[in-house]
Design a binder for this molecule. Structure first.
Ligand code: PBG
Length: 346
């Protein structure tokens, strides 16, 4: 039994553990390494172009050739995977998001090219319709709402098309009910037994996705074409924690290999609770708004960019995340690398 009287001053002085770098290094409970990160990349059509994203300073939309170069940099630094998000031309967006099912669409071309050019990096793609719909929702709109079951059928087909293009991880980010099971079933039937499902199991209807929506060009679409003005009908209420356990349990039962919690920084408690409730690895997504907020504060001189970013990632790992999606992956991996070589730890 733990006897609290055993740990008392002056017998115990915790500052002894903190008195020098080597002592602190020696007792550090979690280490960040390049191998923890997934780098998101926004992809656009065309050749040799990069576009700044005003709401997301330091991140750009890239044509496939530049995305390949970034993926090579990531692999060289020991980052295991990239997550691809297409910014689709407005003229290709429709009410049903049909372009999502085109096997030669932008993201499929990007997956094929990256897999062919950077063999030792994992490629993850979102399963959701929002880049492709004229109303910006993750599914099809019927009678003023996003229709669950009709959307799930489309998502299962989208996942197979992404797997066929070479996607190693398909990541349903849509929050429809039952989609993980439908996707797993469709992948098995199509011979993609080794394609992983990273389920956005706990995705909150967050105010922190704004810069991402700007990046993929869906920012001002919600509310148009009869769709709701928000995603609260399918994404979770940030006030809820226990509900996250139900979302996770359902997705695990349906065949999720990995569970995503997002935004990570505002849901550290949820990351922790999922690691207690399930043995499935949990991934935290430091979303666009969290990253942009840090960058804006750093640009304003209110905090130091790299230490603040490092701390924000360290606590996501401490909460229990096995991996972290962050727009800062390359910068942090570069800082970590010189310490102990590529893929080094801090
Ligand atoms: C879309 C999707 C979103 C993000 C990842 N996939 C936005 C949304 O649901 O509106 C957010 C990522 C970020 O903000 O960095 N299915």
């Amino acid at each position: 039994m733990f006897d609290p009287t055993q740990e008392s001053f002056p017998n115990t002085r915790l500052r002894r553990l903190r008195a020098a770098d080597w002592r602190r290094n020696f007792v550090r409970e979690t280490a960040l390494s390049a191998a923890d990160f997934i780098l998101p990349l926004f992809v656009i059509a065309g050749q040799d172009r990069r576009e700044d994203i005003s709401a997301l300073p330091g991140v750009q939309r890239l044509t496939i050739d530049h995305a390949v170069a970034m993926a090579k940099d990531a692999a060289a630094l020991g980052i295991p995977a990239v997550a691809l998000f297409p910014a689709i031309a407005p003229e290709l967006k429709t009410l049903s998001g049909a372009e999502a099912l085109n096997p030669n669409n932008l993201v499929c071309r990007a997956v094929r090219t990256i897999k062919a050019s950077v063999p030792n990096i994992g490629v993850m793609t979102d399963v959701a319709l929002d880049p492709y719909t004229s109303h910006g929702h993750d599914g099809v709109v019927m009678d003023g709402d996003v229709a669950n079951d009709a959307t799930v059928e489309i998502l299962a087909r989208q996942a197979v098309i992404l797997a066929q293009a070479g996607s190693d991880i398909v990541a349903p980010s849509d929050m429809m009910d039952g989609r993980v099971g439908a996707i797993r079933h469709a992948l098995e039937a199509a011979g993609h037994a080794n394609t992983m499902i990273l389920s956005y199991a706990v995705k909150y209807a967050s105010a922190f996705y704004g810069p991402f929506r700007d990046a993929v060009g869906s920012a001002n679409l919600l509310g148009s074409y009869g769709g709701p003005q928000h995603k609260r009908g399918y994404q979770m209420d940030p006030a809820n924690g226990r509900e996250a356990l139900r979302e996770a349990a359902l997705d695990v039962a349906e065949g999720a290999d990995l569970l995503m919690v997002k935004p990570a920084g505002t849901s550290l408690d949820i990351i922790y609770r999922l690691t207690q409730a399930t043995a499935v690895p949990v991934v935290g997504y430091q979303v666009s708004g969290e990253y942009a907020a840090l960058m804006a504060a750093a640009a304003a001189g209110a905090l130091e960019r790299i230490p603040a970013l490092m701390e924000s990632l360290h606590v996501i790992k401490r909460a229990g995340a096995s991996a972290i999606v962050t727009y800062g992956a390359l910068d942090i991996a570069r800082v970590l690398a010189p310490v102990t070589g590529a893929g080094g730890t801090l």
